[in-house]
Design a protein around this ligand. Structure first.
Ligand code: PMP
Length: 383
């Protein structure tokens, strides 16, 4: 089944009676609606003409300053983008030549494949296990593949929910540095940890080792989509200045700058609202992940494997035997439950036995009944 066919089926899932674990959407009832409205009112009253005017391509100076300070770098190492999705597009534009090899996790974020493919990226998959990229497999590949970049989501990955442990982070950085490979680190879920100790980003670790942002071989994508609201389209890239300088030119050509008002709103929220919001999201998503995890243990057929995320929005199921989750989707939707088949997340089309579930947007009762129905559909197929 093609991704467009899957999209067609998933349209049905917007009907209210269907319990959808398919969408990668943050829980809308948790959006800081009142706070965004109040900030917007204040900004329009005090600085309305500035908020509605063109602004700089690099982004709001205060917002860049805040993002940079959090990462231990200056504002000049930060480019604001319209979502991380645009960051991926712009990075592909400035970093890749047609035919360049980009190493990606197996599986990886579908949107990254879609962003980089038009620039002629050749994707080579890196072996992963329940702890993400296997460093020995990466080293082995780099010994005989000349790669331009490695794209990775080390924390609470989309689609698997998996997280790369600290030691693997170090090993990944060491081997990519040795081979001159730029690491594109995607971190939209970083703050959404609901269990375990906070880990440094790859960018943090590389910066600590290099002591100079210009020496860092990691570019990091951050986003306010999952922690404030995706409709604001506010995100950023942090990188050495030689990358930022080229990103600015690409951004200027693409859309001149990200919306001025939205950046001002986000800046007004980062000090007070954002930390409270993150705390609330951790609490609610952690709870929902727990409910889903227990329901899956109870209802999935024997031999199925489920990821056990410490944060983020997703968990990942791998079924035993020769089943095709794409072909099974209509049967699940007929039982009023939806998921995303895993295959589109594989650069070369494997993963027919896998599927992605989002635990963010359903109530406890919906999670329990949806997973029970899903379990029956899957059990019938696995036999
Ligand atoms: N990267 C990953 C891994 C994602 O899951 C998403 C959103 N689904 C994005 C990037 C894009 O996010 P945004 O453009 O809203 O910042």
């Amino acid at each position: 089944m093609t991704s467009s066919a899957i999209r067609e089926i998933l349209k049905v899932t917007q009907q209210p009676e269907v319990i959808s674990f398919a969408g990668g959407l943050p829980a809308p009832e948790l959006f800081p609606l009142e706070e965004v409205r109040a900030a917007s009112d204040r900004i329009l009253a005090a600085r309305g003409r500035e908020a509605l005017q063109y602004s700089t391509t690099e982004g709001d100076p205060g917002l860049r300053e805040w993002i940079g300070a959090r990462a231990g770098i200056g504002a000049d190492h930060v480019q604001i983008t319209s979502g991380s999705q645009q960051g991926l597009d712009l990075l592909a534009r400035v970093l890749l030549d047609p035919g360049d090899v980009v190493l990606v996790e197996q599986p990886t974020y579908l949107g990254a494949l879609q962003a980089m493919a038009p620039y002629g990226a050749r994707f080579v998959e890196v072996l992963t296990d329940e702890d993400g990229i296997v460093p020995e497999a990466l080293a082995e590949q780099l010994a005989h593949t000349e790669a331009r970049a490695l794209y990775t989501t080390p924390s609470f990955q989309n689609p698997t929910g998996r997280t790369l442990p600290r030691e693997r982070r170090r090993a990944l950085l060491e081997v990519t540095r040795r081979h001159g490979v730029t690491v594109i680190e995607d971190g939209p879920y970083n703050d959404l940890r609901f269990r375990g100790e906070t880990l440094p980003t790859l960018f943090d670790l590389a910066l600590a080792q290099a002591d100079d942002p210009e020496e860092v071989h990691v570019v990091h994508l951050g986003s306010f989509s999952k922690v404030l609201a995706p409709g604001l389209r506010d995100a950023w890239v942090q990188a050495p200045r030689h990358v930022i300088e080229r990103l600015v030119l690409a951004k200027q050509a693409a859309d001149l700058h990200s919306p001025t008002l939205n950046q001002m709103i986000v800046l007004a929220l980062v000090e007070d609202v954002l930390p409270r919001q993150v705390e609330r999201l951790r609490e609610v998503y952690g709870h929902r992940a727990g409910v889903m995890g227990r329901a899956l243990q109870e209802h999935l057929p024997a031999g199925a494997r489920v990821s056990d995320p410490d944060g983020g929005m997703f968990c990942w199921v791998e079924l035993p035997g020769d089943v095709d989750t794409g072909a099974l989707l209509p049967a699940a939707v007929a039982r009023k439950v939806a998921y995303v088949p895993g295959q589109p997340f594989f650069a070369h089309g494997d993963g027919r036995r896998t599927l992605r579930l989002s635990f963010t947007s359903a109530t406890d009762a919906q999670i329990r009944s949806g997973v029970a129905a899903l379990g029956e559909v899957l059990a019938a197929a696995v036999g």
